[in-house]
Design a protein around this ligand. Structure first.
Ligand code: PLP
Length: 379
């Protein structure tokens, strides 16, 4: 077996030792008085991460995709959904919502860009939508959407329309002001900006989204992801009472608690600013190497990851193993049509917040020397 590599893909990210230690919590009942506040406090801390006083978090076992499935609680047959597509994950979210009977209209942008405010306004003028979805960071392109602006436009045109944010690659690394920006849903997973091993799905719903769910006309065609099952469980744990619908991933919740305690121990703004600074420095390094990133503008570039075009003559099938040989794992491309033409590097969580770990310099060194080995000469 080869040595473990530094995991610098856009999630799963590197995990803090305290988080890994929490994963090793000995067997504990999910209704044990020691565990109840761990889940209860985690629910409260999730609210702090997205700067909300009023939202309802759902913490369940599954990956980020389970959060997409949970939209079955808000969608009824034939509901119109407008989906702002900035890459692979927008494409798949459309597929998921269609499965539950939504009629999805997609507003697409060329790879590396995002639909404009005017395009969004024009689409909203054409039809009444039950829901508008936006991928905050599409992990396939590294494109950052302006979710504040999207919500502002949607709510100004149609206050009843739900604003749903796929924050799988943004919660914990990008600024999200849930209440102030008038968001209705933020979906995430444990393994990216929250710095916890994969396995938890986290969905955060506004009081308005909960009302839409409670007032729906037709039964929810789902069992495990049905909020009628989960809402009382989340409320019970927050009230420090035991409840059961399906067994929580006890050790993962301990790990989440450990990570959220660290994340919320300083103002979220500090974390947002640090991710912005490191991302901006990283983009400058990429540019100085003579490389171009996929995201086409500074303000539409993610702060937790970067997608970079391969230089002429360098193949992804050689670059990724070259870095792996130096102990650094990066990711290839995944967006259809351009997948073999670019690569992706994650810069989130402890790799960003704890300079002393030297993760970013390590990835930059490994990238620079691997490119040289593969014959690339920066201009
Ligand atoms: C933006 C985005 N949405 C959804 C998902 C799906 O999450 P998961 O792989 O945890 O199911 C991912 C995964 O990388 C993602 O990056």
């Amino acid at each position: 077996m080869s040595a473990r590599k530094l995991c610098m893909i856009p999630g799963p990210i590197e995990f803090h030792e305290d988080v890994l230690a929490a994963m090793g919590t000995p067997a504990t009942s999910h209704v044990d008085p020691n565990f109840i506040p761990i889940l209860g406090e985690s629910i409260e801390m999730v609210r702090k991460v997205i700067l909300s006083e009023v939202a309802q978090p759902f913490i369940t076992s599954g990956s980020g995709t389970l959060g997409w499935d949970m939209m079955v609680n808000l969608i009824e047959q034939g509901d119109e959904v407008l989906l702002l597509n900035t890459g692979y994950f927008g494409e798949n979210l459309a597929d998921c919502l269609t499965t539950y009977g939504a009629k999805v209209t997609q507003l697409r942008a060329p790879a590396g860009s995002r639909p404009s405010a005017d395009e969004l306004k024009a689409a909203l003028a054409e039809k009444k939508y039950k829901m508008v979805t936006v991928t905050h960071v599409d992990t396939s392109t590294g494109v950052l959407s302006d979710i504040k602006k999207v919500a502002e436009i949607v709510k100004a045109t149609s206050p009843e329309t739900l604003v749903v944010v796929d924050g799988v690659c943004s919660v914990g690394s990008e600024e999200i002001r849930f209440d102030e920006w008038n968001l209705d849903i933020v979906i995430t997973g444990s393994q990216k900006g929250l710095g916890v091993p994969p396995g938890l799905s986290i969905v955060i719903a506004s009081p308005y989204a909960i009302k839409v769910f409670q007032e729906r006309k037709t039964p929810i065609p789902a069992y495990y992801s049905n909020w009628n099952k989960w809402l009382p469980v989340m409320q019970a744990y927050e009230a420090r009472k035991p409840a059961y619908f399906a067994t929580p991933a006890v050790q993962l919740v301990y790990a989440l608690h450990a990570s959220l305690k660290k994340i919320t121990s300083e103002p979220m703004q500090v974390r947002f600013d640090k991710h912005r600074q490191v991302a901006s420095d990283f983009r400058k390094t990429v540019k100085d190497l003579g490389l171009k990133q996929v995201a086409q503008c500074e303000e539409c570039s993610a702060n937790g990851m970067t997608a970079i075009w391969l230089p002429e003559g360098v193949e992804v099938a050689k670059l990724v193993p070259a870095l792996a040989n130096k102990g650094v794992q990066i990711a290839g491309g995944i967006l259809k049509d351009i997948a073999t033409k670019y690569f992706r590097i994650g810069h989130m969580g402890i790799s960003v917040m704890e300079d002393e770990r030297q993760h970013i310099p390590k990835v930059v060194d490994a990238l620079t020397s691997s490119l040289t080995e593969l014959g690339y000469k920066s201009a």
